[in-house]
Design a protein around this ligand. Structure first.
Ligand code: NDP
Length: 328
């Protein structure tokens, strides 16, 4: 018992330590963060990586990943992220559980607060905090997540080849994903909450001209139905109040993503949606020594493999920055 209290005290003291200084700090543990860690560790930057509240990131809530090169038989998303973590650890990354809660990028040395307690100083910081899919917030959507409910048609559409599926949303992502699904699935039911779409005109035209996409206007998702897997979706027409059940094998949510960038807002340039801006062709942000990789700076591709590639870029940019500064 005394040993247990000693451990607790040590943990508390290490959290209170405000003077920790690291060479390269990586925030986030998706494909971007771990890839940045692998490269940074091999380059001798002694990276410290904080995993955030969802170690492994968005891939830990998907099932099978079939489109990541190197896995000819596919792999479960959570298993793949364990591989990423192990590889980053084997290269010498100091991987820690903790959430970045505040940053101060105003000085030469960058400061990041962890779990609202401890401040860490770093010569270079790599942001790989990702983005979170927005969800409707209904109970059945949570319960059937990974069992037919998905927020990524490109990741999971293939599992419903030849089947009828539904997608909710009316922006460019929903339009793009509906078109993607229409090539794989027999019928796509697109649920649009207003009488018009937000998507660009050209994307709307494509959707409306695709014979196996049926659009349900003024429609809200009432419930996703099914016990262990998705079997149907019940929608409600907001003008007439009429409820309709559509038998489907999958339900895709495409109502936007939220980049996890809130804490960087006072310092970094971002677009209107909160995606961190990087200098094209690099991972450099507007602050020297702060680099961004993965979905927090990418609203277009959002794939594990592109995130991993940008994590590599961030580590190489950080290494060059530190070398030029003479601190590496
Ligand atoms: P958007 O925010 O543009 O669109 C979200 C859509 O989801 C809207 O149609 C919105 O409806 C709908 N929605 C939001 N909440 C709900 C809800 N609770 N129930 C039902 N529907 C809901 O997000 P996107 O991800 O589509 O796009 C984000 C940005 O990325 C945009 O700027 C887009 O242009 C861009 N993008 C560009 C691409 C490209 O250039 N190839 C590809 C994909 C995205 P409503 O309209 O009623 O508000």
């Amino acid at each position: 018992m005394r040993y247990f209290y000693k451990l607790l005290l040590q943990d508390k003291l290490s959290r209170m330590d405000t003077n920790e200084k690291v060479h390269c700090l990586i925030i986030g543990s998706g494909p971007a963060g771990y890839t940045a860690a692998i490269y940074a560790a091999r380059a001798g930057l002694n990276p410290v990586l904080y995993q955030g509240i969802q170690p492994g990131g968005q891939l830990t809530i998907t099932t099978e990943v079939e489109n990541y090169p190197g896995y000819p038989d596919g792999i479960q998303g959570p298993d793949m992220m364990v591989h990423f973590e192990k590889q980053a650890a084997r290269m010498g990354t100091d991987i820690r559980y903790g959430l970045a809660t505040k940053v101060d990028f105003s000085g030469d040395v960058h400061k990041v607060q962890i779990d609202e307690e401890k401040w860490i100083e770093a010569d270079a910081v790599i942001l790989s905090t990702g983005a979170s899919a927005k969800w409707l917030g209904i109970e059945s959507e949570q319960r059937l997540n990974g069992h037919g409910v998905s927020a990524c048609a490109v990741c999971d559409g293939f599992f419903f080849k030849g089947k009828e599926v539904a997608i909710v949303g009316a922006g460019d992502t929903a339009a793009e994903e509906a078109l993607y699904l229409s090539k794989i699935c027999s019928q796509v039911h697109m649920i649009v909450r207003r009488g018009e779409m937000r998507a660009s005109k050209v994307m709307q035209d494509r959707v409306l001209k695709t014979s196996n996409i049926k659009v349900y206007w003024h429609s809200e998702t009432d419930e996703v139905l099914g016990d262990k897997k998705v079997e149907a979706v019940r929608i409600k027409n907001s003008e007439t109040g009429e409820k309709t059940e559509i038998p489907v094998s999958a339900f895709f949510v495409a109502i936007g993503h939220q980049p996890n960038s809130e804490i960087f807002k006072p310092f970094l340039d971002m677009d209107d949606a909160g995606y961190v801006k990087t200098i094209p062709g690099t991972s450099k942000t507007n602050i020297e020594g702060v680099f961004a990789s993965g979905d927090v700076q990418d609203k277009i591709y959002r794939q594990a493999v592109t995130a991993a590639g940008s994590g590599c870029m961030a580590a190489l940019d950080a290494e060059r920055y530190l070398s030029a500064k003479g601190s590496h």
